[in-house]
Every structure is written in C-alpha cells, then in structure tokens.
Design a protein around this ligand. Structure first.
Ligand code: URA
Length: 230
C-alpha cells in the first residue's frame, strides 16, 4: 500500500499528518529516508518513525443487516447513516462493498480493504448477489428468459449481464445478479413492466445474512477468503 496509508494504519496520525511527517523526512523504509508519500510499501518492509518500527493494523471485514430508512453513506443525510450502528474505532475509514437504497434491507459488506471490496463490486469478478423481491404485479412467464438474455436499461449502453430469476410465488421472486448498476433491480423489473415494492439482499457470494436487522458481526477468515477464490 502507499506509504501515507501505511503510516495512518500503523499510528494515530491523520492522512495530512502522515504526509507532513513523510515530507519532513521523518520516515525511513528499509533504512533509507523516503519523502514521497505515494511510495509503495509492503508489510515486510521495515518502516521507522521517530525510532519506532511501524506495524500496520489488519483490515476489517464486517457483515451488517441494513434496516430500511438508513443509508449506505459515511454521513447522515435525509436518513441516518448505517455506520451510526457500528461503534468501533475509525469508522470513517470503512466503506461499503455494494450500496443499497435507503428503502432496501439486508446484507451489506463493509471494509477498509479496497482491494477486497473490488472483488465484490466489479462485474468482471462475477460475484453473485441474491435479492428477494416483492412485486406489485404477478411475474410474467417470459421474465426469466428476458433476465437471462440481458435487458436494455434506460441510459445504459450495454445490456445487463445474465441474471437468474427464481419464482417463489406470483409476486415474490429471488433475483441473482453479478453487477450493481444504480437502482439496478428496480430498473430491471420496471423494464419488464412490473414494479418492486420490497427489496432485500439475502446473500453475496457464499455469505448469507445471519444477524438481526440493525446488527453486525465481523466476517470469519473463511468468509473473507471466499471472495478471493475464483
Ligand atoms: N437494486 C436496486 O434497485 N436497489 C438496491 O438497493 C439494490 C439493488
């Protein structure tokens, strides 16, 4: 990771403070003073500040059950941020791997590891997200075929990637998608003449929601690892 990030992750310094210390020549990497904050460092490098060897804190990986009426943002807006419920240090360093709308409930993965979350959000990684969807009208017979072939959504130049529809009852379905365009699920049902009345994310990759609404827990090492396997 970048040297300024490494310094932040191993001290109580803010990013601006870390950069200042680096520019002042107070940091050495493997015995040489480094003044460029963008220098890449590895955890095996010996990074020293004021005589102390720095060790980066580990990344954090969290599963949360998002409540309706909360938002996937680092600060409150019209609705409160879901981060208000996560009472741990350095919450501002966390981000959400695939945000949900204010009225959507369910599984949200949260981390401070940008490389890890890339595996979840980038369509090319084909990470499956499963949504339980309530509809205003009975699902059409040809909906599964249309979703599987890809749909043209307003304002998008590419078709949606193949999605899998499982019909639970005429007005309740499970939809599995591997991308996360803005309001994607609602727009997909709108494109086939239906409307979403309730939306709940049950699963991302191999990880299923297993905590009560508003609650959170850390992911197990196996769960963290599962997003790195192909
Ligand atoms: N698709 C939507 O339309 N909304 C969500 O919150 C998630 C997926």
């Amino acid at each position: 990771m970048r040297l300024d990030r490494f310094v932040c992750k191993s001290t109580e310094l803010t990013k601006a403070e870390a950069i200042e210390r680096i520019h002042l020549g107070q940091i050495s990497v493997n015995g040489a003073v480094v003044t460029n904050e963008a220098t890449q460092v590895h955890e095996k490098n010996k990074v020293i500040l004021a005589g102390a060897t720095l060790t980066a804190r580990g990344f954090r990986y969290i599963l949360m059950h998002k409540a309706a009426g909360t938002i996937c943002s680092n600060k409150d807006e019209v609705y409160p941020s879901l981060f208000n419920q996560i009472t741990i240090d350095r919450v501002s360093e966390l981000h959400i791997a695939g945000r949900l709308d204010a009225d959507t409930t369910g599984l949200v993965l949260i981390t401070d590891d940008g490389r890890w979350s890339f595996n979840i959000t980038t369509p090319s990684k084909k990470c499956k997200k499963v949504y339980r969807v309530g509809l205003t009208r009975p699902i059409a017979d040809d909906a599964a075929a249309k979703f599987s072939n890809g749909l043209s959504l307003q304002g998008e130049d590419k078709l949606t990637l193949p999605a899998v529809l499982e019909v639970l009852s005429p007005k309740e379905v499970l939809l599995t998608i591997t991308e996360g365009k803005f309001h994607q699920v609602k727009r997909m049902f709108s494109a086939i003449g239906n409307r979403v009345v309730s939306l709940h994310r049950e699963k991302i990759g191999a990880v299923s929601l297993d905590v009560e609404v508003g609650q959170w827990r850390y992911l197990t090492p196996d769960e963290v690892e599962s997003f790195l396997r192909k």
